[in-house]
Design a protein around this ligand. Structure first.
Ligand SMILES: [Fe+2]
Ligand SMILES: [Fe+2]
Length: 194
């Protein structure tokens, strides 16, 4: 039987993923502003970093999170769709990697990537996550594995300097209910802003 620790681990995993979602959505909004301002350097910086963050996030989901859910949820087609959506996003990320920020389509490619990602996030948070209330997933073991792998992936994608940010995230993931509801408010603001 799943105990309290297991439910806590599940919530913390979902919060970590949603924290990533929130951060990339913000980055895409900033990217649109920088594209309008024709700030190639600023855009390049934010796009490179966001692509690296998306790669870490998507890899964690593909290697560990989705497989753990596959035998535990009824609507496994959601996982199939999610994986296809990841593939589309990775194609655009690979295109951006080949482009210079001064390329006339760089801003547009980053913007379209943002649209794909926002759609995907809506499905994960709106359809997939709500199915995770009662499952046989061993969340505590999964959480440990995801934290370990996240560290490796961050280092491999040049995000090792963000270990501090990851610590902050972990702290806020296990933080107070007040902090959580504040973040929920922010998220619903973001939804209406879209
Ligand atoms: Fe995600
Ligand atoms: Fe995903």
């Amino acid at each position: 039987m799943a105990g309290r620790g297991n439910a806590k681990a599940r919530n913390e995993i979902l919060e970590m993923l949603m924290e990533d979602h929130k951060r990339v959505k913000r980055a895409f909004r900033d990217g649109e502003k920088l594209t309008e301002q024709e700030d190639d350097d600023g855009l390049e910086q934010i796009a490179r970093r966001t692509c690296a963050e998306l790669t870490v996030h998507a890899t964690l989901e593909e290697e560990l999170f989705y497989p753990a859910l596959r035998t535990e949820i009824r609507e496994t087609d959601l996982l199939d769709e999610a994986e296809v959506e990841h593939t589309s996003a990775k194609t655009l990320i690979a295109e951006l990697e080949q482009m210079d920020a001064s390329h006339p389509k760089f801003g547009a490619t980053f913007k379209v990537l943002g649209e794909y990602v926002k759609h995907h996030i809506r499905e994960e948070e709106g359809e997939l996550f709500p199915q995770l209330g009662r499952t046989g997933v061993r969340w505590e073991a999964l959480q440990q594995e995801m934290q370990r792998r996240r560290g490796e992936l961050m280092a491999a994608n040049g995000l090792a300097d963000q270990a501090e940010a990851a610590d902050e995230e972990a702290a806020s993931a296990s933080g107070s209910r007040r902090e959580r509801s504040r973040r929920k408010e922010e998220m619903s603001e973001e939804e209406t802003a879209e």
